[in-house]
Design a protein around this ligand. Structure first.
Ligand code: IMP
Length: 177
């Protein structure tokens, strides 16, 4: 049984669809200020592994907007909490180049084991308006073609998402041991 340390119900639901058996642990951990998601995840895992004596997984994700030089990137949670989707749309006003991607880094460790990490990305565009009520976070403004991630149900999002890719890679690794 794996314990997924997250307070985000949306992330948990997406992960559960991939892993089946999975327990959410909403215990919180320090998210350091760093330049990469990998550093944030590795540091979080160090803290979590020291506190929990069980197989644990955590995940750090971010939205990287090409025309904004990768912003909000590692600051995605703070930016979502502050200026939100409306703020990103405002920053993108008048900008033609709308390419963006989500990246997910998942870290996994068992007691006495060095953590392993897997990554996943999904590439798309920042739309011109927020659309859809499903998903969470930046989903309403992130589009694949004419459809935002918030217009997709969980099964559809999990076919293409950054999180589904990183977690499937972890699952494959676990299954191959
Ligand atoms: P964190 O991985 O929880 O630190 O997420 C960083 C920020 O990106 C949060 O505001 C999340 O809501 C947002 N985020 C992470 N994954 C997704 C996603 O799959 N869709 C939309 N927003 C996401």
């Amino acid at each position: 049984m794996i314990y997924f340390v997250t307070s985000n119900k949306g992330k948990y639901a997406e992960a559960q669809a991939i892993f089946g058996d999975l327990i959410q642990r909403d215990i919180g951990y320090a998210e350091i200020q760093a330049d990469t998601l990998e550093e944030v995840a590795a540091c979080g895992m160090k803290e979590v592994a020291a506190r929990l004596q069980e197989p644990v997984m955590l995940e750090d994700a971010g939205l990287f907007v090409e025309a904004l030089q990768g912003f909000p990137g590692v600051y995605s949670a703070y930016v979502q909490k502050t200026i939100g989707n409306a703020g990103i749309l405002r920053l993108m006003q008048g900008i033609e180049r709308r390419n963006a991607f989500f990246k997910s880094v998942v870290a996994y460790a068992e007691p006495g084991m060095q953590p392993v990490m897997f990554t996943g990305e999904v590439h798309g565009q920042i739309g011109f308006e927020a659309r859809g009520k499903k998903g969470f976070g930046y989903d309403p403004i992130f589009y694949r073609g004419n459809v935002s991630l918030a217009e997709m149900d969980l099964v559809e999002k999990n076919k293409i998402s950054h999180r589904a890719a990183s977690m499937r890679a972890l699952k494959k690794w676990l299954d191959s041991r």
